[in-house]
Design a protein around this ligand. Structure first.
Ligand code: SF4
Ligand code: FE
Length: 486
């Protein structure tokens, strides 16, 4: 396993093409705009080497019997699913942001199941190929970006019916050596500071779209791959000092890219689906359920920090009113409800034919749908408690300037037990964690709310519920008793 330093050194050996604000990024580790993202993912390496966290952060490979980072593992029990949630909550608490590495973990677990299912029906050998690739990832302790979301173009049209065929990643050429893919993936969490990416389909596909049924792995710096880095709320503050970012060590969200594949060659040993369109839907929903499971872990870790910040702000402000206690309790209830949902879908997980464990899909979708509401509500209550202060604070430069520092210290002072700087720092942290990009990620990460609603409706067996109601209301008996002429 790599430690944090080794992870950073390993990134320095790669040379991905990354555009950011009109320039090329030379080193994701050393560039001040990307360094916080490296630090966030670096926590998954750092904690794995800490004996105090070995139980949550590491496990034994079912392929080699060696100890590996849990982020490269295939879930072997419901206990593994539960430990994943607990691990994510802990890392969320320590970083206050997205640490990115779970997307690849979930992509690998859904590929493990899907390749087994394809082989069983089609007689292919994707599963063995994927196991070899997985061993390679585990051996090197690589970070893998799960690369699923295509740009999608006109949402009313399937991939092949788009005006531009490249709006979904597709195979443009097959040779004896491998395939060539073209297209792009959007919203790619953790891509720039990963070693590898695992490409998988984003939607259900029909026979006409079989060229779009493609799953494969490639290095993030493969030839003809271009990454364009996304902008986050207030990210320019990273260049201004450490107070105004609110969380200077870590990032605001995952650090997403638009990743473009300009006819990229992938050798056959790294291709795990090629044309088997009928498996795309299950592939997508398996990945989605695994990733929705996570949000009652990572986001609850963030909620813990937001709740703590709000409680601290109340103390700094000197507010002792009972409504603060009431609001904090509401926030705690929402956070623990999301955690409950994640633990629930993990406890109710089942063994797949491939031998790995899969979460309960219905319950996994409740996690994420609750998250799209509760993270906003938790943030709203945090703003309520903190006061307008967090929206009107002066620049860090003015706080550091001898001409203005004394004014700010004097007029932003509140409870004398605490310094003004303490109050400003926690206020900025709250601003960072409860605004713009951070909230939008809670809404759309792992799929937008309507995607969860479709799954909840599909999985909940409404007919069974109707029959329960009819049985108690004796509706069937009334129908039977009706006279024939009625
Ligand atoms: Fe992991 Fe959460 Fe970030 Fe998704 S949003 S990659 S689950 S930390
Ligand atoms: Fe996410």
């Amino acid at each position: 396993m790599m430690n944090r330093q080794q992870y950073m050194d390993s990134l320095r050996k790669l040379s991905p093409v990354i555009y950011l604000k009109g320039r090329l990024v030379e080193s994701v580790v050393d560039d001040p705009m990307t360094r916080p993202h490296v630090n966030s993912a670096g926590m998954t390496y750092e904690l794995a080497g800490d004996p105090a966290h070995e139980e949550l952060m590491t496990t034994v490979s079912h392929l080699t019997g060696k100890r590996i980072n849990r982020f490269t593992s295939i879930f072997q029990s419901t206990d593994d699913l539960i430990k994943k949630v607990k691990m994510l909550r802990m890392i969320g608490q320590k970083t206050g942001t997205c640490f990115q590495r779970c997307v690849g973990l979930d992509a690998m677990n859904s590929t493990y199941i899907t390749t087994f299912n394809i082989d069983k029906k089609c007689g292919t050998n994707y599963h063995e190929r994927f196991k070899k690739y997985l061993e390679y990832v585990q051996e090197h302790d690589f970070m893998v970006a799960g690369s699923m979301t295509d740009p999608k173009g006109d949402r009313s049209k399937k991939p092949g019916a788009q005006a531009d065929p490249d709006l979904f990643v597709h195979v443009v050429k097959k040779t004896d050596e491998g395939i060539v893919i073209r297209g792009a993936k959007a919203h790619q969490t953790g891509m720039i500071n990963s070693h590898e990416m695992l490409v998988l389909p984003t939607t259900n596909l029909g026979e006409d779209d079989s060229d779009y049924a493609v799953a494969c792995a490639l290095p993030v710096d493969a030839p003809n791959v271009v990454h364009i880095f996304g902008r986050q709320t207030n990210d320019g503050r990273r260049l201004d000092g450490d107070i105004d970012t609110g969380n200077s060590e870590y990032a605001i969200v995952g650090g997403e890219t638009l990743t473009i594949f300009n006819d990229v060659f992938v050798p056959w040993e790294r291709v795990f689906m090629c044309g088997e369109y009928e498996f795309a839907q299950d592939y997508v929903s398996t990945f989605a359920a695994y990733h929705r499971q996570n949000y009652g872990g990572c986001k609850v870790g963030l909620a813990d920090v937001i709740i703590g910040s709000a409680a601290a702000m109340a103390e700094y402000n000197g507010v002792k009113a009972s409504h603060v206690r009431d609001k904090l309790t509401e926030m705690i209830n929402m956070a623990e409800t999301m955690y409950n949902c994640s633990l629930g879908c993990s406890c109710q997980g089942t063994k797949t034919e491939a031998g790995s464990y899969y979460v309960n899909t219905l319950l996994a979708n409740t996690v994420k749908l609750n998250c799209t509401r509760y993270m906003y509500e938790i943030s709203r209550l945090a703003h309520d408690i903190a006061g307008g202060f967090i929206a009107t604070l002066p620049y860090e430069d003015d706080y550091r300037s001898p001409e203005t520092r004394a004014y700010i210290d004097k007029y932003f002072a509140a409870n004398p037990a605490f310094s003004t700087e303490e109050r400003i720092r926690v206020g900025r942290l709250l601003e960072n964690m409860t605004g713009g990009t951070a909230l939008a990620e809670s809404m759309h990460g792992a799929g937008s709310p309507e995607a969860m609603k479709i799954m909840l409706y599909r999985e909940s067996n409404l007919e069974h519920k109707k029959n329960l109601a009819k049985a108690l209301a004796k509706v069937g008996e009334i129908e039977k008793k009706q006279p024939e002429h009625a």
